[in-house]
Design a protein around this ligand. Sequence first.
Ligand SMILES: Nc1ncnc2c1ncn2[C@@H]1O[C@H](COP(=O)(O)OP(=O)(O)OP(=O)(O)O)[C@@H](O)[C@H]1O
Ligand SMILES: [Mg+2]
Length: 279
Amino acid sequence: MAFINLQNVTYKYPLTKGPVLQNINLQVREGEFVSVIGPNGAGKSTLCYALAGFVPHFFKGEFSGEIEVDGKQSSKSTLDEWVLNVGLAFQNPFNQISGAKYTVFEELAFGLENIGVPRDEMKVRVEEAMALTGISDLADRSPYSLSGGQQQRVALTSILVMRPRLLVLDEPTSQMDPIGTREVFGVVRRMAEQGMTVVMVEHKMEWIAEFADRVIALKEGQILMEGRPNEVLTSDLLTENGFGVSRYTSTAREAKKRGLWRKDHLPVTLDEAVEGFKK
Ligand SMILES: Nc1ncnc2c1ncn2[C@@H]1O[C@H](COP(=O)(O)OP(=O)(O)OP(=O)(O)O)[C@@H](O)[C@H]1O
Ligand SMILES: [Mg+2]
């Protein structure tokens, strides 16, 4: 049985005219790393909220369908129960900061404190998670003194310390440089290999192609396409529907028109492009 199972999920916010998610059917297996792409307003964050239980438990509106994670139904759980299994890193990392703590370390321990984890264990779990995401040196800083990219690392870490079964990340590298981005994708990949299931909204096609197992392309609240990263990310459907594509894909597509790209598949990453242009 699938670890995540969405059946005909349809949702409308109280103030939107039409549905923002429309008849979403989606199955994800345990330990799978799925990436969600889509233009602005496609419903990516709303899908994250639905997986994390905020839709419909926090944002009201009109909800129908069924969301199941690890055999439990969202509609039959409370938000408090749900968040123990599903961790969400918000699109804006600032929303993740509690505002109640003076240091990054305390901020990271906050969630564990709330569920009554003993002090010694708390320290170990926070230090492990900080080492994993490369922020050990930020432990004593104020959460408010950090750069956007650092805040995003702290937000990710605050989810990882809770060890959720499902990790939902909404554009977690949007404020990071290429090195930071690659590191985060690497950490997420490792978590998936350890059995955590990951749903990650992202725009950075090259890293998705390298690290994710599957891509879901969302448009106007519906799944336009899904499949293996290289297939989806090089599909003409994406360009026709206003999705961004990797510069290597668009370059090779132009080259193909001129008879200069002779491989069957278009590239997504630099390495694939270089390989394809070799004589
Ligand atoms: N809290 C809310 N209340 C009412 N409408 C909302 C709310 N959040 C989002 N919407 C609307 O729902 C639609 C989908 O928004 P959503 O934020 O899920 O898209 P997105 O794909 O994450 O976009 P982006 O790429 O800009 O992050 C948009 O039309 C948006 O205006
Ligand atoms: Mg969004």
